[in-house]
Design a protein around this ligand. Structure first.
Ligand code: NAD
Ligand code: DAU
Length: 358
């Protein structure tokens, strides 16, 4: 019978991003004895405002830095007597990876290798025992499904975008560190997340932002691609479960059993916003603009999450209807947050993305 692991000092990488900040905010509240050290480079996607509620918490420390900096990683592990690493830091947006794959390889592959190697050297010193390393990965490493079937943990890796290829490369390094050195790592692969604090380059917050600004809603191709959506809070809870009760060397899929065609999500968000803003139904739908498809656009993702449910007892708590409604309310109440993150460099990126697309 396995025992629950109760970490005392967790090094979270990428904790100022969308999912990492959600994880930290809740993990520190739900675990009154734990310390959290957040190592984040604060790229365009990192935002310390996401952590404003805990910035003065004595059990929380923020360190601005790069996961590729081996010296920094090594010194943090020892200085803070870390007994768990939860690795979120990444370049996370598929469209950006198509425009420039290099940074994705640097951060997602090389960054993971540095973190693994420094963690392995530290783990060998047995300063703490036990030690756990969690690799936060994605269902995109499995490639694309046709109309039927689900990704299981046994599905072969078949990444199709530079982003997913870089995440698959990182996953294979994690596997190799476990197989070769016995390093106590666990990999999770999650489906599409939505919720508060997501950067408005991703579909759901982009739709909300563009509707509020009266801008076109770009739908790639015919809008019939399918994604499996999960609320970010459910992802955070799944990661906490895996950290405490997961078996080393294992992979756990995380998903919402909640498949939607893109065009149906677009229509849903339009209708909900029309209602909330007291506009005639159909007002926001008129902004829908079909644009040239994303190159290599995966048709369908769908996660079989039976393993994490049966072995660790996790399942989603949000219904999509409640989650999306709550998410829209969060964006309506936090326009200042959106305005800040969408100024400057993001505007150039957005123009570059959509200019010339019909
Ligand atoms: P995000 O883009 O919102 O945040 C990424 C964070 O990593 C940012 O805070 C950024 O500053 C930081 N970062 C980037 N490069 C860094 C570096 N070199 N050193 C230190 N920090 C660095 O990403 P997200 O959506 O929160 O995703 C987090 C993780 O979850 C990623 O690994 C992603 O692949 C994975 N994931 C995301 C989803 C999703 O739907 N968003 C689904 C499954 C898995
Ligand atoms: O599946 C997990 C992955 O989900 C994560 O690993 C990634 O980090 C995360 O970005 C997300 O990837 P997607 O490519 O699925 O998410 P995105 O929000 O970019 O797109 C969702 C779908 O909507 C996809 O089929 C492309 C489409 N789309 C997206 C945008 C931004 C549009 O039609 N129009 C758009 O403007």
């Amino acid at each position: 019978m396995s025992t629950t692991f109760n970490p005392q000092a967790v090094l979270v990488t990428g904790g100022a991003g969308f999912i990492g900040s959600n994880f930290i905010n809740h993990f520190i509240k739900d675990h009154p004895d734990v310390r959290v050290i957040n190592l984040d480079l604060l790229t365009y996607a990192g935002n310390l405002e996401n952590l404003s509620h805990i910035e003065n918490n004595a059990r929380y420390r923020f360190v601005k830095g790069d996961i590729c900096d081996a010296g920094l990683v090594a010194s943090l592990l020892e200085e803070e007597t870390i007994d768990a690493v939860v690795h979120f830091a990444a370049e996370s947006h598929v469209d950006r990876s198509i425009l420039g794959p290099e940074l994705f390889v640097r951060t997602n592959v090389l960054g993971t290798q540095v973190l693994l190697e420094e963690s392995r050297k530290y783990w060998l010193k047995k300063i703490v025992d036990p030690f756990r390393y969690i690799q936060v990965s994605t269902d995109e490493v499995y490639g694309s499904l046709g109309k039927n079937g689900f990704f299981t943990e046994e599905t072969p890796l078949a990444a199709n975008s530079p982003y997913s290829a870089s995440k698959a490369g990182a996953d294979l390094l994690v596997r190799a560190y476990h197989e070769t050195y016995g390093f106590p790592a666990i990999t999770t692969r999650c489906s599409n997340n939505y919720g508060p604090c997501q950067f408005p380059e991703k579909l759901v917050p982009l739709l909300i932002h563009n509707i509020l600004s009266g801008k076109p809603l770009p739908v790639y191709g015919d809008g019939k691609n399918i994604r499996d959506w999960l609320h970010v809070r459910d992802h955070s809870l799944a990661l906490a479960t895996v950290l405490k009760n997961g078996a080393t060397g294992e992979v756990y899929n995380i998903g919402g059993n909640n498949e939607w065609q893109n065009i149906d999500i677009v229509n849903l968000v339009c209708n909900l916003l029309d209602r909330k803003l007291d506009k005639a139904q159909g007002t926001s739908n008129s902004l829908i603009t079909f644009v040239k498809d994303r190159p290599g656009h995966d048709l369908r993702y769908a996660i079989d999450a039976a393993k994490i449910k049966c072995q660790l007892g996790w399942e989603p708590s949000y219904t999509f209807e409640n989650g999306i409604d709550e998410t829209i309310d969060w964006y309506l109440a936090n326009q200042e947050w959106v305005n800040k993150v969408t100024s400057g460099a993001y505007l150039d990126y957005y123009r570059n993305m959509y200019e010339g697309r019909e």
